[in-house]
Write a protein that binds this ligand. Structure first.
Ligand code: FMN
Length: 219
């Protein structure tokens, strides 16, 4: 399975989660680079405003081509109960390249109720797995088990696709015999006559006489 973890992080929480996940899944990582300065109170307010109004940020061109991966795992901090504006920009600019998607978010305490649904709507794809991590859990290193469960779901979804593909391959020989039968039918009476002639030219073996029934004695 080829997976790419794409994330944005302003203060390091989502980055820490993305790094841990990349070790579990042995996946490539892409950090979304934002062109705006989001430091300090002004940066905080601007970020909240963009997220609430669903304005995509200005971001750098990604380093990895999303179309080369089976699954794109997108991580975002929760901003004003929404996805962050750099993550919105990444999805908008790359969604045509996504095959399967999975989402994770980090947050202070609440506001994640609609975030995965908004991400699903924007991607036009249902995620194979989602997980939410709290800032406190990440700081105390009490989040590994959640990410392991999340990774397991992603791997399982990949396995399900492989199984379906294998079944298709197994079904092929049957399809071949069906086409051969169709060809025979299309050949029609000529082919029938040929096979009859072939049958006639073969040497005849001695036919066995049918056994006569023993006559019942008259009393
Ligand atoms: C502008 C802004 C808005 C935020 N809004 C929320 C929120 O609605 N709910 C919440 O639980 N946390 C909120 N947070 C906190 C972040 O989601 C949380 O600290 C997150 O883990 C930060 O991730 P990061 O370190 O990767 O940037 C907000 C943070 C910022 C900067």
């Amino acid at each position: 399975m080829r997976a790419l973890i794409v994330f944005y992080s302003r203060t390091g929480m989502t980055r820490k989660a993305a790094d841990t996940l990349s070790k579990i899944l042995k996946a490539d990582v892409e950090e979304i680079v934002d062109k705006k300065n989001r430091k300090g109170l002004f940066g905080y307010l601007r970020s909240g405003r963009e997220a609430a109004l669903r304005i995509p940020a200005w971001i750098d061109k990604p380093k990895n081509d999303a179309s080369l991966y089976d699954t794109i795992i997108i991580g975002t901090p929760v901003w004003a109960s929404n996805m962050s504006s750099p993550v919105r920009a990444y999805i908008e600019e790359n969604l045509a390249k996504f095959k399967k998607v999975a989402f994770f978010c980090t947050m202070g305490g609440s506001g994640n109720q609609n975030i995965f649904y908004s991400m699903q709507e924007l991607c036009g794809k249902k995620p194979v797995a989602v997980v939410t991590l709290r800032k406190r859990e990440i700081k105390k290193d009490y989040y590994q088990h959640k990410l392991e469960g999340f990774a397991e779901e992603i791997v399982k979804a990949e396995g399900a696709v492989k199984d379906a593909n294998q079944q298709e391959v197994k079904a092929q020989p049957r399809a071949e015999t069906e086409t051969r039968q169709k060809e025979k039918l299309q050949q029609g009476p000529k082919a029938k006559a040929k096979s009859k002639a072939k049958h006639k030219s073969q040497p005849k073996g001695k036919k066995k006489k049918p056994r006569s029934r023993p006559k019942s004695r008259k009393k």
